[in-house]
Design a protein around this ligand. Structure first.
Ligand SMILES: Cc1cc2nc3c(=O)[nH]c(=O)nc-3n(C[C@H](O)[C@H](O)[C@H](O)COP(=O)(O)O)c2cc1C
Length: 137
C-alpha cells in the first residue's frame, strides 16, 4: 500500500494489478496530494496494468460533482492503455452530475460516508468480490 504524497507516480508501473483511491475535494477536484502529481500521472503508459478505482464523496453536499475524482483518474488511465475493472452501478445514489460516469455505471466504487455510512461495508464487500474475479479474468 502506498500513499501518493510520498510515492513517485511511476511506481504504479511496477505492478500489473492496482487499486487506486482518491476522495473528491474542492468541488470537483482531486485531493491535493493526487492533484500535485496529476500532470505526471496523465503521461504514464498503463498498457500492462489492470486497475480498479474507488473514491469517497458527498452526493448531497456536492451533487453536481459527485465522485469526480474517480473520473479524473480513471479516464486518463483508460486513455493511456490501461484495463479498467470494478465499474459500479449508479442505482441507489442520488446526484446531478459526475465525471465518474460511464453509462449507468461509475468507473469505480463510490463511497459516501457523509450520507450513507451504513452502506459502506456492504458496498466494499460486494465490490471486493467483484474485482477479485475481474482481476483473474
Ligand atoms: C471543501 C470540500 C469540498 C468537497 N468537494 C466534493 C466534491 O466536489 N464532490 C464530492 O463528491 N465530494 C466532495 N466533498 C466531500 C468529501 O469527499 C467527503 O466529505 C470525504 O470524502 C469524506 O471523507 P471522510 O469520511 O474521511 O471524512 C468535499 C468536501 C469538502 C470538505
Amino acid at each position: 500500500m502506498y500513499n501518493i504524497v510520498d510515492t513517485p507516480p511511476s511506481k504504479m508501473l511496477e505492478y500489473k494489478k492496482l487499486l487506486v483511491g482518491c476522495p473528491t475535494w474542492h468541488i470537483g477536484e482531486l485531493q491535493d496530494d493526487w492533484d500535485a502529481i496529476y500532470e505526471e500521472y496523465k503521461k504514464l503508459d498503463f498498457s500492462n496494468v489492470k486497475a480498479a478505482f474507488f473514491g469517497c464523496g458527498d452526493q448531497v453536499g456536492y451533487s453536481d460533482n459527485f465522485l469526480d475524482a474517480i473520473g479524473l483518474l480513471a479516464k486518463p488511465f483508460i486513455g493511456n492503455g490501461g484495463t479498467l475493472i470494478g465499474r459500479w452501478p449508479t442505482e441507489g445514489y442520488e446526484f446531478e452530475h459526475s465525471l465518474a460516469l460511464d453509462g449507468d455505471d461509475f468507473l469505480g466504487l463510490g463511497l459516501d460516508n457523509d450520507n450513507e455510512e451504513e452502506l459502506t461495508e456492504e458496498r466494499l464487500i460486494i465490490w471486493a468480490e467483484l474485482i477479485r474475479d475481474e482481476f483473474e479474468s
